[in-house]
Design a protein around this ligand. Sequence first.
Ligand SMILES: [Zn+2]
Length: 114
Amino acid sequence: MDALDLPGLRAALVAERDRLRAEVAETIQAPGQMTYGSQAAAASQVFEQQRDLALRDRSTTHLELVDAALARLDAGDYGSCLRCGHTIAPARLEALPWAARCIACQAELDRGHR
Ligand SMILES: [Zn+2]
């Protein structure tokens, strides 16, 4: 834990949160503002909207991870694996400041274990 650069990690998380918030806000389009010139334009606009929504979903999910990491920083329990409670490797947190699980637990989750 004491090897962690918490102010640096917090700064990285805040920067990431701001970037994601801007990204989520950017991809929101009010359906009422859409104008369909033709059938083809309508189709491509629907396609673009769906792509934006998928992108926004990913950004929103990521934003939740970043917010949760900031909450753990505030609570003082940042850097512990949510699954096994062990300390997450500092190198992993430097690469992924929002990581909520240690590498071993994440690997198990990725394999479908809970
Ligand atoms: Zn773990």
